[in-house]
Design a binder for this molecule. Structure first.
Ligand code: COA
Length: 316
């Protein structure tokens, strides 16, 4: 119930200056569920310095000068299909049915417009598997649970897997930014079953990583055969002092698979993280991706804080 005399929260467009309050909101919501945010405060701020919304739009809810909620809509390819990516994060105090519509009603209208513009009639939203606050809210909005999940994994780096790199393959640090186009083209070819594997990283994501002032070309290890790149492993570093790094993508060209290149690339990436002082490496894969067996074999173990559930809703 809204209380008489209590000022209603305001909803306004998301602005660049909201970066830090949004990062702090993500942190507080993560603490509510007993964990740390998936991205550091610096990484969220860095994201806001990029055109991460593309042609989409964002809204924030502000209550007595405090940012209490964020919502956004933007285009997204997900497992071979185009969706409106629907983001919604509210402080616990503002998730009730008498308050959230101030944000969720205009956000659903924006999603409708965005869907018409980009040519899809489906919206998608995801939450960490440990988040028990938002899924009930989005189900109330008409979202339905999808069976495919993103399974999170953690490698504690205490034991390097005994993997023999295949002969004739050279593993070297990337030559980024010079070979950006080559690696992006390689990723496009490697993800040849998007329904089950998901999408390769977007150009914007590569650029975001390279823009951080702690970026090192060695974060991306390249596997080469006679001078030709045939695979890579990409490690994401969210902040200069980050204790955990993310193995965000391993890709091997289809005709080079099954020879141990992907495993050796993963081990190279683990070693790179260990050398920079990381305490653990995090990764994730769709529940339909065969690479899960490979992560397990290499010593990664499931991590519920990095596991995501997805929900879709028609935009009628
Ligand atoms: C995952 C991937 C990097 C593995 O590369 P690889 O060089 O074939 O790996 P290895 O030879 O070291 O190991 C083979 C193992 O990889 C796993 N694997 C995952 N996807 C696979 C695929 N499409 N084809 C073959 N093996 C695959 C399997 O566990 C396989 O072992 P198995 O045959 O006993 O099931 C490669 O298949 C790929 O580029 N897939 C598309 C991109 C992707 O899904 N990346 C992972 C998530 S970011």
């Amino acid at each position: 119930m809204t209380h008489p005399g209590r000022r209603r929260p305001r909803v306004r467009p998301l602005e660049r200056v909201d970066a830090r309050p949004v990062a702090l909101l993500f942190r507080d919501i993560s603490h509510e569920f007993g964990t740390e945010p998936a991205s550091s405060i610096e990484a969220t701020e860095a994201l806001f310095a990029t055109p991460w919304l593309g042609g989409g739009a964002g809204l924030v809810m502000v209550d007595r000068e405090e940012l209490v909620g964020i919502g956004w809509v933007r285009d997204m390819e997900w497992n071979g299909q185009l969706y409106v990516d629907f983001g919604l994060h509210l402080r616990q105090s503002h998730r009730s049915a008498d308050i959230h519509p101030l944000l969720t009603d205009p956000l659903l209208d924006l999603a409708q417009d965005q869907g018409q513009r980009c040519g899809t009639d489906q919206a998608i939203v995801c939450y960490r598997s440990i988040d028990t606050g938002h899924p009930p809210l989005v189900r109330e909005l008409g979202f339905r649970d999808l069976p495919t999940t993103m399974i999170g994994f953690r490698h504690s780096l205490d034991r390097m897997p005994p993997v023999k790199p295949p002969k004739s393959i050279v593993f070297r640090p990337s030559r980024l930014p010079d070979e950006l186009e080559t690696l992006i083209a390689l990723g496009e070819k490697a993800f040849d079953d998007r329904m089950n594997m998901g999408e390769p990283m977007s150009v914007d994501y590569w650029k975001l990583a390279m823009k951080t002032d702690w970026f090192s070309p060695g974060q991306v290890v390249v596997a080469e055969q006679k001078g030709e790149p045939v695979g890579y492993a990409f490690t994401w570093v969210g902040a200069r002092e980050a204790k955990e790094t993310g193995l965000h993508e391993v890709a091997v060209l289809p005709k080079w698979r099954g020879k141990g290149i992907g495993s050796a690339l993963t081990v190279e990436a683990l070693k790179w993280s260990q050398d920079r002082g990381s305490e653990a490496v995090l990764t994730g894969a769709f529940s339909t991706n065969r690479s899960i067996a490979q992560y397990w074999r290499l010593g990664f173990r499931p991590d519920a804080t990095r596991t995501y559930y997805f929900f879709t809703r028609p935009l009628e």
